[in-house]
Design a protein around this ligand. Structure first.
Ligand SMILES: NC(=O)c1ccc[n+]([C@@H]2O[C@H](COP(=O)([O-])OP(=O)(O)OC[C@H]3O[C@@H](n4cnc5c(N)ncnc54)[C@H](OP(=O)(O)O)[C@@H]3O)[C@@H](O)[C@H]2O)c1
Length: 301
């Protein structure tokens, strides 16, 4: 069962499950508001009782307007309800109905100063310390899932883009057409993650017998937002040097972003899974699969 099925990740989860022939239930926000306790209980109960095999809930629903949550009280309350409290409701319903849960979380639970060893990726065991409203609500959501359900996986990912909704790749492609040069932050480090790769990884996890716990899964390798933007320009056939690096200070945003967002793949590999593809190769695959990300007409596939 997929919640948040209309989002970037949710859309790809539905594609992967459809291709695999798996029997599943995909619920968009219009189908199930995960903040509604009675609706959650009814949906999880119906799905789990109708499943011959182990039922697994993949929660891709979230309040993801990071800056709005920082500046707007109503948005902050929505983030608290969707990201912090609702995962606990879903997990408790799974516990009551014998289902497992894969809950998606974020690099924003870390403060961004980086782990003790300079240059290393964060491990799941590293101390968290979210600096934004969004990050703190996601941190609380993780905790509530762990407390309510033994059969859980919390999977932290980062810098997700897909062909649904606003995303960095499409934004850079649009700006490439509109401007001669572009200043993009070059002092925040992370791993771009194509939602299709993440969806395949999460479905593999949901099918597995991997021990419950927290795992990190992002595209392999790391770059900065500036490096990511230059790669988008290269994919467009545009000169990547048109993208100029700037500092976070020069491009302030309402919500603080972690300077170091790199997540170590060690937990993912130790659980017996393949690494996610290299971020640069994944970007090429994504724009080949979805040329509309670059503002080009889709091709028949
Ligand atoms: N995008 C990133 O860079 C990134 C990075 C790290 C982690 N993540 C995590 O990855 C997961 C998937 O994110 P995404 O990028 O796919 O985000 P997304 O495109 O914003 O999708 C989130 C989905 O959740 C839905 N939703 C919001 N409130 C809901 C509610 N009360 N009940 C049911 N559904 C609700 C949204 O519906 P509406 O559109 O109708 O509101 C949307 O379809 C989230 O857990 C997110 O925190 C994302």
């Amino acid at each position: 069962m997929v919640t948040g099925a209309g989002g970037a990740l949710g859309t790809d989860l539905v594609r992967v499950l459809t291709q695999s022939g798996e029997r599943f239930s995909a619920l968009t926000r219009a189908d199930l508001d995960i903040t509604d306790p009675e609706a959650v209980e009814a949906a999880v109960g119906a799905w789990a009782s109708g499943s011959d095999e182990r039922a697994v809930l993949l929660n891709a629903a979230a309040f993801t307007a990071v800056d709005l949550a920082e500046t707007d009280e109503q948005a902050a309350a929505a983030a608290q309800a969707v990201n912090a409290e609702a995962p606990g409701l879903l997990a408790a319903a799974c516990a009551r109905h014998g289902a497992a849960m894969v809950h998606v979380s974020t690099d924003y639970v870390f403060d961004g100063a980086g782990p003790a060893e300079p240059g290393a990726g964060y491990e799941p065991s590293d101390p968290t310390g979210a600096r934004s409203v969004y990050g703190r609500t996601k941190e609380e959501g993780e905790r509530r899932v762990r407390e309510a359900l033994d059969a859980h996986h919390v999977v932290r990912t980062a810098w997700v883009y897909g062909d649904t909704g606003a995303n960095f790749v499409a934004t850079m492609a649009r700006l490439a057409a509109a401007r001669d040069t572009l200043d993009v932050v070059d002092d925040q480090h992370g791993s771009p993650t194509w939602s299709a790769d993440l969806a395949r990884a999460l479905v593999a996890l949901g099918r597995s017998d991997a021990a419950p716990g927290t795992l990190h899964a992002t595209g392999s390798g790391a770059t900065t937002w500036c490096g990511f933007a230059r790669a988008v320009f290269t994919e467009l056939g545009a000169d990547p040097e048109r993208v100029r690096g700037c500092t976070t200070e020069q491009f302030p945003r309402p919500a603080p972003r972690p300077a170091w967002s790199v997540l170590s793949p060690a937990s993912w590999l130790a659980a017996g899974f393949e690494p996610l593809p290299d971020w640069r190769a994944a970007l090429h695959a994504a724009v080949t699969c979805h040329p509309e990300l670059l503002g080009r007409a889709p091709v028949d596939r």
